[in-house]
Write a protein that binds this ligand. Sequence first.
Ligand SMILES: [Zn+2]
Length: 148
Amino acid sequence: MVNKEHLLDLMAEIMDPEIPAINIVELGIVRGIEDSTPPNIVITPTYVGCPATDMIGEMIREKLDAAGYDDVGIKNQLSPAWTTEWITEPAHEKLRVYGIDPPGAHTPTCPRCGSANTKLISEFGSTPCKAFHACKDCLEPFDRFKCH
Ligand SMILES: [Zn+2]
């Protein structure tokens, strides 16, 4: 019998390859553990075709194998699609500290000085799922998660 809590703890040790400040459970990629025999880790990629998704799959596989969970599988669940709402609240603060404006209904806010006096530089930031902004007050450029 597999200990689901332990599996989730293991998953929480895997940091997002694009944002090493938060783990893949906080990011909402890990949806849970499927009660099958053997069980599956259910994951939903942030974007279909996002290159980080393959990498995350490999990282999970390595983590499982290293912990002796060779029989535990990984299942991709594409529906419902991942949404920025799945990013946990504690992870929002970690994103801010890391210099990324977390998703939400708020106006773009500089993660460095908190100013809302910003401008959009590009619809595409360091990755397609983020937009690139700059703060007009402290001049800090920053990424912002797009809501979808
Ligand atoms: Zn600023």
